[in-house]
Ligand binder design. Structure first.
Ligand code: B3K
Ligand code: ZN
Length: 874
């Protein structure tokens, strides 16, 4: 396994000014001719190109090179004696897209052709430097059978097209913006087009085209509207206007990830384009809106200014996630969005930062770049961008963005360039902030507070950054700690800041040292601090709160994140108490303090989505301790708390549900997606699952009898099915079977069916998952199906961690099969199922390790999967 290192970066020796591509599509293969205008840089050595396609021939300035003039070894092509002056390089390759199950490069799906090039897929198409700092102007010609491939698309504007002999036709596309090879895209096939347009701020009319299978065309309207909202929002919030005259989105069912921001021609997983109320949940609609926006925002943060090398991936991803989070916050409840962001990070990124794959948001090395499109690079990366925003304010942040574009439009740059723009535009020193890019691990803040005799309140903050496999000793980092104080009634207490005497009710403390003391003057009474407001830094914070103080914050804090967090801490304490009781075979505690505090919440007159998140304890992944984890016992401890919660408020769920139902139905077009309707439905679904916990037999009977009238859209169906999904009763099976039958022609809904099977707590789940592998709708070549069934099972901690190791064995077998077809999907499965290995209690750790060792011993294992397996075993 050869790793690449950030410290080895060298500027390219050959630039490429222009790339003219011609794709000749035939039945069994596609022939590609690439003509490149090459600019050798001074002192350039032999020209080296990457490629794994079948090479048919190479010419320099029109003269075909003899085989003695080049060497091809390990997918690197070395050309000797190319001119020192600019020259024209022609490369001919032959591709077999129907055999390409990796879904990288050019591949076939449902008879159509699609590309995926980021990060290093262009080299599967032709021979090329294939690195993001080599940017070129692309012209693409596609020739194909007109009846089979009526639609021919590539980046930029269509400049030519017409008929050819033998029933063939062609199209030529030209992209006037220089771009790296990873943004190249091509689509050829039989697709239906939905058209719209957008009037840009500069007056230009931008054509919008969405391409789908004909049968799916009735489900794109929401995505089209989302795009227009995103275009408008980027103009008003960031002053960024779209630059081409056409924006195309193509939906494909076989896709490795969510979507891809190719210049002018986004390619999307159908999951993030297709949505109607019958087939998509509110969460799906929300996903469509934010991914459509994310890819659109990349046009500036990613395409116009791109990454110098792949170590800098967070430059575009962290920033673009921050931008899509802000877009969603502006379109929905900002408070609830922020809570969702924080919960998501803690559930998915914190475990990564505490495990064998821990890496800084700018990794120092990688074996397979595809393995570094991680929660850390994306989600923690977005939190790091948000900290600039918190430190500099909206104005300061916008100044920084402006300078960033002024300096770097059209360039491939680094995270340091971004940080410099933020610092220079605001005249501040952000050199210490650089540590966020080089140090992995979730920082821990241990905070204590005391009231001095003179009435000042003193906060002491100790910061530690835990060791990670890549680095043991860490430096203290710069971060904002947003803070306020509450008195015993829950009212805000004003205080003075010693540095400028300003009188305020909230401040952003700037942490820079391992230990720091902050004095808040003129407090003069007992207070409860409200800390890390708005989740102002991606850290874990400990403060020795009493349960009463947490109840006070939960009832009164005016910062929604801090209010929610107080509740989360109470839940964490309750689950920990359950765990201890289960370990000791003792009776479970009664959780009186928690339930008393939640009385307020159940009855509070607040945003229903906020109420729903306040009534939801942390996910299991957030509750894992540092080591010696028994995931099954933790699962039972958390379930027992939910059961107790359901019983404690047994009288409240029905009226609350009724209130939410009435409010939902009072909205115009109430079963369609809207943030308001979604908020009420999230509360309804919570109530429904609580009612089922409290009285399963009677509720199941009711749901079974009234399912059709209760299920007015997919959010209702999803809520109902999730609530009954764990009950061992033939009526549950009947409901699931009916669901699968009703949506037999809807691939995305069948993904939900597979996910329901795989997430169930029922004892027969492992058996049902195995049987589902031979369901006619399951396909091991389709990443959505693998993720729905196997990815979901890998997160079903009750069954994955079965004490006899059967869950581990099952996943390891599937990894083996998947790896042959699609290494990226296999690597993701390993990561999801096995990352916890070294933190498990010894018995399970040994079982999991032995499965990993068997995988590592396979000589043919892909480098994607091997990198993850070996990191876990290291
Ligand atoms: N940039 C792509 C991700 C490419 C992933 C390659 N394994 C989508 C996105 O982040 O917008
Ligand atoms: Zn992105």
């Amino acid at each position: 396994q050869t790793a690449k290192f950030l410290k080895d970066y060298r500027a390219p020796e050959y630039l490429i000014e222009r790339v003219d591509l011609c794709f000749d599509v035939f039945d069994g293969h596609t022939a590609v001719t690439a003509v490149m205008r090459v600019l050798p840089q001074t002192g350039a050595g032999a020209m080296r190109l990457h490629g794994s396609a079948e090479l048919l021939g190479i010419s320099v300035d029109g003269r075909r090179l003899p085989e003695s003039a080049y060497r091809l070894a390990n997918e690197v092509l070395t050309l000797d004696g190319t001119p020192a002056q600019p020259f024209e390089l022609t490369v001919q390759t032959k591709l077999y897209p129907h055999d390409n199950t990796t879904l990288m490069g050019l591949y076939q799906s449902g008879g159509n052709l699609y590309t995926q090039c980021e990060p290093e897929g262009f080299r599967k198409i032709t021979f090329h430097p294939d690195r993001p700092d080599v940017m070129s102007i692309y012209t693409t010609e596609i020739r194909a059978d007109k009846a089979r491939f009526p639609v021919l698309l590539a980046n930029g504007n269509r400049t030519d097209g017409g008929d050819l002999p033998n029933g063939r036709h062609f199209a030529v596309w030209h992209d006037p913006f220089a771009k790296p090879s990873y943004l190249f895209a091509l689509v050829a096939g039989d697709l239906s087009c939905t058209r719209d347009s957008f009037r840009a701020a500069d007056g230009r009319e931008i054509a919008i085209e969405f391409y789908t299978r004909a049968a799916d065309a009735d489900k794109v309207a929401f995505a089209v509207q989302s795009l227009k909202h995103a275009m408008k929002w980027d103009e008003s919030r960031f002053g960024l206007v779209y630059d081409l005259d056409i924006y195309m989105v193509v939906a494909v069912g076989d896709f490795n990830m969510g979507a891809m921001e190719n210049k002018g021609l986004n390619i999307f997983n159908t999951k993030y384009v297709l949505a109607d109320a019958r087939t998509a949940t509110d969460a799906d609609f929300d996903g469509v809106e934010s991914v459509i926006a994310h890819e659109y925002f990349h046009n500036w943060t990613g395409n116009r200014v791109t990454c110098r090398d792949w170590f800098q991936l967070s430059l575009k991803e962290g920033l673009t996630v921050f931008r899509d989070q802000e877009f969603s916050a502006d379109r929905n409840s900002r408070a609830v969005r922020r809570i969702h962001n924080a919960a998501f990070l803690r559930r998915h990124q914190f475990p990564e930062d505490a495990g064998p794959m821990a890496h800084p948001i700018r990794p120092a090395s990688y074996v397979e770049m595809n393995n570094f499109y991680t929660m850390t690079v994306y989600e923690k990366g977005a939190e790091v961008v948000r900290m600039y925003h918190t430190l500099l304010g909206e104005d300061g942040f916008q100044k920084g963005m402006k300078l960033y574009f002024q300096r770097h439009d059209g360039q491939a740059v680094t995270c340091d360039d971004f940080r410099a723009a933020m610092a220079d535009a605001n005249g501040v020193d952000l050199s210490q902030f650089a540590l966020w890019y080089s140090q992995a691990g979730t920082p821990v803040l241990d905070v204590s507070g005391s009231l001095r005799d003179n009435g000042d309140y003193v906060l002491r903050v100790r910061q530690t950054v835990p060791p990670t496999p890549d680095m043991v000793e860490k430096q203290p980092m710069m971060m904002p700690l947003k803070t306020a104080l509450l008195d015993e009634n829950g009212d805000a207490v004003r205080f003075r800041l010693p540095e400028n005497g300003a009188d305020t009710a909230e401040t952003v403390l700037l942490l820079t040292e391992a230990e720091q003391e902050f004095v808040l003057q003129g407090v003069n009474r007992a207070v409860t601090p409200s800390l890390l407001r708005g989740f102002s830094a991606p850290v874990r914070l400990n403060f020795p709160y009493t349960d009463q103080q947490l109840a006070l914050l939960l009832a009164h804090d005016d910062d929604p994140f801090a209010r929610w967090e107080a509740g989360q801490t109470l839940y964490r304490r309750a689950v920990a108490a359950n765990e201890t009781a289960l370990a000791d075979n003792a009776p479970l505690p009664d959780h009186a303090a928690l339930f008393a505090a939640l009385e307020h919440v159940v009855r509070a007159d607040i945003d229903p989505a906020f109420k729903a998140v306040l009534l939801t304890p942390p996910a299991e992944e957030e509750l894992w301790r540092a080591s010696d984890i028994d995931p099954v016992r933790l699962h039972h401890a958390r379930e027992a708390l939910l059961d107790a919660l359901a019983r404690h408020f047994a009288e409240d769920w029905l009226p609350l549900n009724l209130q939410a139902k009435t409010a939902e139905e009072a909205l115009p077009d109430c079963y369609a997606y809207s943030p308001e309707a979604a908020a009420w439905r999230s509360l309804r679904n919570l109530c429904r699952s609580m009612m089922l916990r409290a009285a399963p037999a009677e509720q199941l009977e009711y749901v079974f009898e009234h399912y059709d009238e209760m299920a007015q859209n997919m959010s209702h169906e999803w809520g109902l099915l999730n609530a009954v999904n764990h009950i061992d009763d033939p009526r549950r099976d009947a409901l699931l079977a009916r669901f699968a039958e009703k949506f037999a022609d809807q691939a995305l809904v069948l993904d939900k069916y597979f996910a329901l099977i795989a997430c169930s707590r029922r004892a027969d789940t492992p058996q049902c998952v195995r049987e589902a592998l031979s369901h006619p709708a399951f396909a091991p070549t389709n990443p959505n199906k693998v993720r729905a069934l196997l990815g979901t099972f890998a997160r079903n901690h009750l069954h994955l961690h079965a004490a006899d190791g059967a869950g581990y064995r099952f996943i390891a077998e599937r990894v083996r099969e998947t790896d042959v077809l699609n290494p990226q999907t296999a690597a993701d499965l390993v990561r999801a199922a096995f990352s916890l290995c070294c933190r498990l209690e010894p018995h399970r750790r040994a079982l999991m390790k032995s499965e990993l060792e068997k995988l590592a011993a396979l000589p043919e294992l892909s480098k994607d999967t091997r990198e993850i397996v070996e990191k876990i075993l290291a």
